[in-house]
Design a protein around this ligand. Structure first.
Ligand SMILES: [Fe+2]
Length: 328
């Protein structure tokens, strides 16, 4: 723990100690973050020229690296909103559109293809701790996978920082669900192989802030109904992985209590420190393409963090999950 309210796991990026591994891949320099015998998780990538549209052959390489490492970190990209969106569109045809729950005019960015995940209000002040927006943000500090509550789930979620983060002030944490799955005992793998999970945005909001999101507003509920996805999936690199986190409300066919016990048993398994690293936001323009993660919670002592997100819909074999008419 580097600060009273800031959680940092044992493994960090940038690496505080030890040897930095380096792989040269053409013009790209790759520093893997969590290395294990049979796999690696997370990598910092240098050598992309962000001042121009990224060439197709580099995009192809980045997708291969993303499939291998699960989380890619780029430093000081210098991308603005429109180039953030353009790069996202190079990774997939369709981006998620911001529902602007609280009005587009109240959104700091007002850009339908970006999500404002900063802790900053329209007037530049830090978010007020009694606001609905503040309470909505609390769910982001739970372990989650962006947009798992959509029936067409996302393939990539790209966070980009603006301004100048305060060193030691802002971290995002990532969990290696592939290695966590691989380490499960065979009996557990057999038990969960065919589970289908109901994912619901309002479930995670309620968990994080029962007082405010115990009963979401009708327009909130209507905008984000639940979605159904298989728990055990095959990652793009061919290894099996677990698709779950705080949006996971129920295992189809089981009651809520038993579902939540099993779901959090698995989340706790996946988020042991040996599977997790903490990425520090160091510079404006830092960008990450990510997997299961959590933010540090907003606190009374937080510093400004101006992070914006784009989300690219999945178009692969797992994109549409399990359709509702197949769910009991
Ligand atoms: Fe997120």
């Amino acid at each position: 723990m580097s600060h009273m309210h800031i959680l940092v796991y044992d493994n960090t990026c940038p690496r505080r100690t030890g040897v930095q591994h380096t792989i040269q891949d053409g013009s790209l320099t790759v520093h893997p973050i969590l290395l294990s015998e049979d796999s690696s998780f997370g990598a910092e990538v240098y050598g992309v020229d962000w001042s121009n549209p990224v060439p197709a052959n580099i995009v192809t390489k980045l997708i291969a690296l993303q499939d291998k490492y699960g989380v890619l970190i780029f430093r000081k990209t210098g991308l603005d909103n429109s180039r953030h969106i353009l790069f996202s569109q190079q990774l997939g045809d369709k981006l998620e559109v911001n529902p602007f729950f609280y009005g587009r005019e109240n959104d700091r960015l007002g850009e339908p293809l970006l999500f404002d995940v900063a802790n900053i209000e329209l007037d530049g002040s830090l978010v007020k701790m009694d606001s609905r927006r503040y309470h909505h943000s609390l769910g982001n500090a739970l372990w989650h996978t962006d947009s798992s509550y959509h029936q067409q789930r996302s393939k990539y979620s790209i966070l980009l920082s603006h301004g100048n983060p305060v060193e030691g002030g802002s971290w995002t944490h990532f969990a290696d669900t592939r290695r966590a799955y691989s380490d499960l005992p065979q009996t557990k793998k057999d038990e969960i192989e065919n589970f289908v999970i109901e994912h619901d945005l309002w479930h995670s909001r309620k968990l994080a802030s029962p007082a405010v999101f115990g009963n979401p507003l009708p327009h909130e509920l209507a905008a984000k109904p639940p979605a159904y996805h298989r728990l055990v999936q095959t990652a793009p690199d061919g290894r099996k992985t677990l698709y779950l986190a705080a949006h996971a409300r129920r295992i189809v066919g089981k009651d809520i209590e038993e579902s939540q016990r099993l779901i959090w048993e698995l989340i706790d398994h996946c988020t042991q420190s040996k599977y997790v690293f903490s990425m520090e936001w160091l510079y404006g323009g830092d960008m990450v393409c990510q997997s299961m993660h959590r933010a540090n919670p907003y606190t009374a002592t937080m510093t400004a963090r101006d992070v914006r997100r784009s989300t690219i819909f999945d178009d692969g074999p797992w994109a549409f999950g399990v359709l509702k008419d197949q769910v009991k």
